[in-house]
Each structure stands twice: as structure tokens, then as C-alpha cells.
Design a protein around this ligand. Structure first.
Ligand SMILES: Nc1ncnc2c1ncn2[C@@H]1O[C@H](COP(=O)(O)OP(=O)(O)OP(=O)(O)O)[C@@H](O)[C@H]1O
Ligand SMILES: [Mg+2]
Length: 242
């Protein structure tokens, strides 16, 4: 597949093909700022809004499945969490749940994630408001993301639920479409300059915006420091000569 002048990296082809083949549990891992979360929210989802959960050490079960909220006058109302919303969205068929920074989940939250991401046949959860048992819809899918490079450190039970893990080592070409032309190539390769310093998409966006106002050299110094900033400017001017 090609987007504009740039070929889509194999990793993104794999993500799309795996999702299209009906795999509903996928783990995307790799360096920051390559579009893992963006892709997890958008790719292979035809209907509805994807639900997103960002794991931290403090994540609670309530933030995953739902929680009682005070509505005033001593009354409480049940607020469904993103995981249960994703189970039952699209008129019960289920939608996409994105679990970001999954390596940070621990304790009760991790146990709840294990239950939520279990196979459709095994997973069920009791709604405390209605007392009814709820199951994930047939189209429910989960894409988890992490910056971990070594997946061995993930809890084995979680890893086992996600047999497909794809290393995302370069941005999706559509992610660089809004950049100025001279930055598209370097952004796709994920680096600028001889030292192959990794520059995330977010830094490219910031650099593009800042250099329009402050000039390339100052923008590079502010964003990347004196040394790397200079190397980046050199690399860009060599690129433009090429
Ligand atoms: N296909 C795309 N089209 C447009 N913008 C994109 C695309 N992919 C990523 N982006 C933008 O690039 C930035 C980084 O993407 P994203 O947050 O998905 O990266 P990430 O790999 O999840 O990073 P981290 O590992 O730090 O969480 C975001 O601002 C996002 O909106
Ligand atoms: Mg992310």
C-alpha cells in the first residue's frame, strides 16, 4: 500500500491485515510518538467511537468498569466505565477498547483488565445497578499499547491474552501528511541527522510549527538542544540539496 509518495511500513500493514483477519486482541509496542494510540483508536474500526483507557499505577477497577457517583440529595447513580461501554456499544455488538501504557497497570486494575480482555466465551461482568450479567458483544476488540521493548516483563496472563504483538518502529505515512514537505521523509524514518537520534512525531509537529515563527535554527535549539539541534539543521540542509 502507498500513501502519497511514501510506502506504508510493514508494521502498519501487519496491524491492518491482522485486524482485518478478525484478530480482536492486538498489542502495539515500541518507541514513543509513532502513532500507536492513534492507530489503535482508528484502524479496523468501522462503527462507533473507540473507548480509551490510560493505565497508571493508580488506575482503579472503578475507572475501568464503572463507579457509583453522587448526584446530590444523598442519591447515587451508576456511571458505566469505558471497558463496559466498549463491550456493549454499537447496539450491543461491541466496539474498540484502547488500553494505553498497559505495562503500568497493577493490582486490582490488572485483574480487572484480565477479566475484561478475556475471550468472549469466558468474559462476563455483573452490573451492580441492575444485577444483570453482561457479556462482550461479538465485535468487541482491544488494542493495547506500550513503550516496553521487552514484552517478557508484562504479566504472563495479560501477554497470553494478546498473542499478536506488533513492534511499531516507524510512523504511519498519514501521520506525516500535515508536516512540511522537507520534514516528511525524516519524520517517517524517525530520525534526523547522522546520529540517528530518535525524534518522535510530536517533536516534528512542534519543530514545524516553531520554525515558521522563530526560524529553523532557533526552533531546533529550543527543541533538541544545541548539539542535536545543529546536527538536525545540517541533516535538513543536506536533504534539501539532495
Ligand atoms: N495517522 C495519523 N494521522 C494524523 N496524526 C497522527 C497519526 N498518527 C499519529 N498522529 C499524531 O501523532 C502524535 C503521536 O501519536 P500517538 O499519540 O498515537 O503516538 P504513540 O505511539 O501512542 O506515542 P506514545 O508511545 O508516547 O504513547 C499525536 O499527536 C497523533 O495525533
Ligand atoms: Mg500512546
Amino acid at each position: 500500500m502507498e500513501v502519497g509518495d511514501f510506502e506504508v511500513g510493514q508494521c502498519w500493514n501487519d496491524v491492518v491485515d491482522v485486524l482485518c483477519a478478525g484478530i480482536t486482541r492486538v498489542l502495539l509496542y515500541g518507541p514513543p510518538g509513532t502513532g500507536k494510540t492513534y492507530g489503535a483508536l482508528k484502524l479496523g474500526t468501522t462503527r462507533g467511537v473507540s473507548e480509551r483507557l490510560v493505565c497508571t499505577e493508580d488506575l482503579t477497577t472503578g475507572e475501568i468498569t464503572g463507579t457509583w457517583m453522587p448526584t446530590g440529595a444523598g442519591k447515587w447513580e451508576w456511571r458505566e466505565g469505558p471497558a463496559i461501554r466498549a463491550w456493549s456499544s454499537n447496539s450491543g455488538r461491541g466496539g474498540r477498547l484502547v488500553v494505553d501504557e498497559v505495562d503500568r497497570a497493577s493490582g486490582d486494575a490488572l485483574s480487572t483488565l484480565l477479566a475484561i480482555t478475556d475471550s468472549v466465551e469466558s468474559a462476563r461482568w455483573r452490573n451492580p445497578e441492575t444485577g444483570q450479567w453482561v457479556k462482550p458483544g461479538p465485535d468487541f476488540s482491544v488494542v493495547m499499547t506500550t513503550n516496553l521493548e521487552d514484552l517478557e516483563v508484562l504479566p504472563p496472563a495479560l501477554r497470553d491474552r494478546f498473542p499478536v504483538a506488533i513492534l511499531i518502529d516507524r510512523p504511519h505515512p498519514l501521520a506525516v501528511a500535515s508536516l512540511s514537505d522537507d520534514l516528511k521523509g525524516p519524520a517517517l524514518n524517525g530520525s534526523m541527522g547522522e546520529e540517528a537520534r530518535r525524534v518522535s512525531l510530536r517533536s516534528f509537529y512542534a519543530f514545524d510549527q516553531l520554525r515558521a515563527r522563530l526560524g529553523a535554527e532557533r526552533a531546533a535549539r529550543i527543541l533538541f538542544g544545541v548539539e542535536s539541534g545543529r546536527a538536525i539543521i545540517d541533516a535538513l540542509s543536506i536533504g534539501s540539496l539532495g
